[in-house]
Design a binder for this molecule. Structure first.
Ligand code: PMP
Length: 383
């Protein structure tokens, strides 16, 4: 049977998370905002337990955690939600990178149509953003800097700690898309100074359809974001709509598990990456690993098999493994990865590259067996 190696697209739900969600779906009936009966109170208690677990993982206060449908929505609120403040202050310049997820990139492009100015910083050839390049672009009218923590295609860890430290001394808001690092780079993320942070639960064994926007308070005040649509007062009006109690509970449980296990998981992920790199090294195939691996998350590798079309390879190896080329959100219309191209790769080099990503429940044995099969296919194509 094929092994699933596309954890950066989505991870399998942890059985403990699922069991807890079923319990909540079965027992915590009602609307968490109903004030007239104990059912509402009970549902509310469950969501607040979830909120505390998210807060604990990120080392923020529970009243800085806002539930959304996921990182796409969180990113949109963090950027588009600043319109009113931007109008008031006349700050309409933003800085981001050319390798952000489309949830940031396309939101920025939309804002440009409204008259905002955006600088897109290119990565170095090793996949990393130079923090000084970001900081040098800051102007008097800079409203926001939005940088991802870990790139979803290459796994490259970006220097957000330094950027956050510097921006905290200036009057510029800092948003971090931590979708690929949340629950994994736990202590690293806890140290970062940011105003807003986005994440999705399904990237670390929680349920799909729920995420968080963290809004960090400064002098007791939240960052000046406004809701994108109107409704009730849920999530302080920043994200109106009935709270999905079981999804929140599931996200909370995933955070609790991540907090207990992240060190152990990291060791396991590193060992697995070493095995994959060894397999590649000893395979006799011609390949290039993209990105400086000392700055790469241990659960991702982006590899180019020279002369082998990634599309053809994925079809030819479907029975062995589920891998990808580019993010799932762009995979309907295949174009060579804009992330790899921003790193200086040609269309062809990018088209020959695949992303392999794994997780805490990946069997190393199964992974090795199936990757050997993939490498045999590569070898037969390369001749
Ligand atoms: N940002 C990054 C870095 C991602 O990897 C993803 C998911 N691929 C998102 C944002 C969007 O997450 P979601 O689809 O869960 O909203």
């Amino acid at each position: 049977m094929a092994i699933y190696l596309d954890y950066n697209a989505s991870t399998p739900i942890d059985p403990q998370v699922l069991a807890y969600m079923i319990e909540v779906y079965s027992n915590a009936i009602g609307n968490a905002d109903s004030r007239t009966h104990s059912f509402g109170e009970n549902a509310r208690k469950v969501t607040e337990v979830g909120r505390k677990s998210v807060a604990k993982l990120l080392n923020v206060n529970a009243d800085e955690v806002f539930f959304t449908s996921g990182a796409t929505e969180s990113n949109n609120i963090a950027i588009q939600g600043l319109r009113e403040y931007a109008e008031k202050t006349g700050k309409k310049h933003m800085i981001t990178t050319a390798i952000e997820h489309h949830a940031v990139l396309n939101t920025m492009k939309h804002m440009e149509k409204e008259g905002y100015k955006v600088d897109y910083i290119l990565p170095e050839s090793d996949g990393r953003i130079n923090p000084d390049e970001v900081l040098n672009k800051v102007r008097e009218d800079t409203l926001l800097v939005s940088i991802m923590h870990v790139n979803n295609e290459t796994g490259m860890i970006q220097p957000i700690e330094k950027i956050g430290e510097e921006l905290s001394k200036r009057q510029v808001l800092f948003h971090v898309d931590a979708t690929q690092s949340c629950g994994k780079l736990v202590t690293e993320l806890q140290k970062v100074k940011y105003d807003m942070l986005s994440m999705s639960a399904h990237k670390f064994h929680g349920p799909q359809g729920i995420g968080t926007l963290v809004l960090k308070k400064k002098k007791y005040r939240l960052p000046p974001v406004k809701q994108l649509f109107y409704g009730g007062q849920q999530e302080h009006g920043i994200r109106p709509g009935t709270t999905p109690v079981a999804l929140v509970a599931g996200m909370g449980k995933a955070c609790e598990i991540a907090l207990v296990k992240y060190k152990e998981n990291s060791i396991k992920m590193h060992a697995m990456k070493d095995s994959i790199l060894d397999l590649l090294k000893n395979s006799g195939v011609e390949y290039i690993v993209h990105g400086a691996q000392e700055y790469c998350i241990p659960s991702t590798v982006n590899v180019q098999f020279v002369g082998v079309s990634s599309e053809a390879l994925m079809i030819a190896t479907k029975q062995f493994c589920g891998i990808s080329n580019g993010s799932a959100c762009t995979s309907k219309s295949y174009e060579p990865s804009y992330v790899l191209k921003a790193m200086g790769l040609s269309d062809q080099e990018a088209e020959e590259s695949v992303r392999i990503s794994w997780g805490t429940d990946t069997s190393e044995q199964e992974l090795k067996v199936n990757l050997r099969e993939l490498l045999n296919v590569v070898k037969s194509i390369q001749g």
